[in-house]
Ligand binder design. Sequence first.
Ligand code: AMP
Ligand code: MG
Length: 399
Amino acid sequence: MNATFQFDSPADALAALLGQVSPVGIEVVPWSDSIGRVLAEPLIADRDSPPCDVSSMDGYAVRLNDLALASLPVAGEIAIGTPPTDLPEASAMRVVTGAAVPRGAEAIIAREDVQETPGRILLRPTQTAPGKYIRRRGENLLTGQPALHRGSVIHAPAVAAMASFGAARVSVHRKVRVGVIVTGDELLPIETTPQAWQIRDANGPALHTLLVACPCVAIQERTHVPDIADRLQAELARILNDCDLVLLTGGVSMGDRDYVPWAVQAAGAHIVFHKLPIRPGKPVLGALGTRGQVILGLPGNPVSILTTACRLAGPVVRCLSGAKRGTDHRAVVTLQNPDGRDLPLWWWRLVRLTDTGTAELLGNRGSGDIVAAACSDGFVEIPPGQSSAGPWPFYRWEI
Ligand code: AMP
Ligand code: MG
């Protein structure tokens, strides 16, 4: 352990925090309300997939022995969505992709591999094999088997599986209730014209943007509190009452009017970390409330807010949402223009993704440079003392 910091890395600090976090409760919702949320029980197949032998080609169902003949009469068609009939001896039957295979058929010959004449097909010497172009009943999954596991995030293919297996309502984790408290005497709302010594609140809208894009989140509250200790304490206590996660911005460092650490303790919360070996965002604070709520005190600079939200609040939201633990970054990228600079800290550096699959490091003037961040796609996490091109974990601006 580092003498200055309680944890050697953001990953260690997160692990310590998440080790004490439990997913939120469960509810049953219609499938359309489950999108982007997390399955709380496995999705069990109510039927075999496919439910009967079906053709994977437009063509003709045949018996293999009959292929020695020069031609076969076409005995009829199995229309899609109709039950299969028997394939008469020494005959072929037309099928389309997805139609049931007639009983007795051993393979499908593709339309393009025969010559079609009225009532007959002329067979070319073609290579075929038993079961060719037949999707066998249950080859994807058998009745009673799990199609999706608990903890799966419900994306479009998962919804397709739910629909296929008739799961019109599913058991999911309820939404994670998140509250946002923006602190600072200097802040005014977006629609105002500040004096030169005042600024518009960028953090509240930035966090709102990250949270609103997350289907497993319900934003309970977003409020601004001036740097007055009692006001902050009262607001934090109130918002903790109906939230699973509270994000505070600003007021978490060592300034005389930085009341967040004090207010967190006054709420009876247990501080898991305060200050991490990261840049930007070093003063960040992580704590657990009396009911297991998570509190993150994010340092006020707008770039720090964004990086700490994506790197730290994102995994917290996923853990609360019931999602299976996986890697938090979604990709690794190699830097196109490493500049040989390093820090004795975990350095979160702004990048823009390029068309060739690499990432371009962006120059910036530090954690207040919202202009550079606004032109970036996200950031890479570079370990202390490292300055190579990577590849490094990449975090998009999302949680
Ligand atoms: P603090 O963490 O409160 O010391 O704030 C650090 C810096 O970030 C100061 O320059 C603040 O003015 C700025 N800052 C804090 N909160 C916000 C906000 N909501 N929007 C934009 N800048 C902020
Ligand atoms: Mg402040």
